[in-house]
Design a protein around this ligand. Sequence first.
Ligand code: SF4
Length: 407
Amino acid sequence: MDEKRKISLERAEKLRSEIEDYLAFKADFIQKTEEIRDVLSKKHKEELMDYFGATEEEWNDWHWQLHHRISSVSLLSKFIKLSPNQYSTIEEISCKYRWATTPYYLSLMDYEDMNYPINMMALPSAYENDDSGELDPMSEEYTNPAPCVTRRYPNRLIINVTSSCAMFCRHCQRRRRIGESDRIESEENISAAIEYIKNTPEIRDVLITGGDPLMLPDEMLESIISRVRAIEHVEIVRIGSRVPVTMPQRITQELCDMLSKYHPLFMNLQFNHPGELTGDAVRACERLADAGIPLGNQMVFLKGINNDKYIVQLLNEGLLKARVRPYYIFHPKQVRGTKHFEITVEEGLKIMKYLRGRTSGLAIPQYIVNAPHGLGKIPLLPNYIEESDEEHVKLKTWEGCEVEIEY
Ligand code: SF4
């Protein structure tokens, strides 16, 4: 063997050792998740279908999923064994913050363990009684130049078209908007928002969000998208949705055919945990991607869900396989009732630092802190600069080697 090949092989062995722990974690996680997904969630699905007397066709119909959302603790307790304390906590929190889950998302839960990430994202907990934080840390009320419009940047804005979602996530950063009822914005307000965009020529990028815009019927959604698309200065339209995660049945071929008429159209999703990447969710993403829609993921760092370097790596690599590009990781905002999900910036940066070099650059999103009061996104990067002046810069590589560049 020549010397160069020998050095290369030694280097390859060292590189493998960098991810040895992750590979072991991944094998173990996949085995456990498969147990939950393939055995438990199938069993849960059968129980739920049995209880509601549903056919497979009904289960796969998003209208059925929506109509059979579980939002009462007495119904929930028919499936998940709740202690008297858990039962009364959910009942108490329900009076304060709305909750509901689709039968599909309920089928993914661990019925024995309320600390399982999927349960934690969907079911109320006593921690929500902590009233620290704000309901509107982004001061959205002060960045609202027209009905249902949020504008924080020079050339792009958001239209919030509904307060409704398939599931009311416990970590929701927009809790304030998720009211007591499912409210679709009035035609009058939506028309006023579109009029504002028409009269504001610097707006080139419009994000349609909510709540969740995919809660709207196809015709209503098309009416909004087509009017936005018809504005000459709007270059791209984006949709923000968690529906492919919480109710993938919504991603029908008809919806995709309709959306594909309005390119360039982008969609950003919110997967927070690899347990959400089920066969149904992946098929929903693939259907959207087949319709030519570039997909991005906007994960939120959440304590107990994904504040773990291996979980983030696994999620992001799984997303790429589902043709979704990890786009942002948001640092959790200080929203009232969600304090138990908060992590520190230091912890977030450690995870970002770990990812670099150990997975594809495509699987490394930008880590973002949303500045309070609507002052915009702040990207955060681990520090790779050791020292610098006009003549040189000393940097650290992902493995911690020092390198110097001279000018
Ligand atoms: S889908 Fe989005 S807006 Fe709706 S509750 Fe979940 S995080 Fe909040």
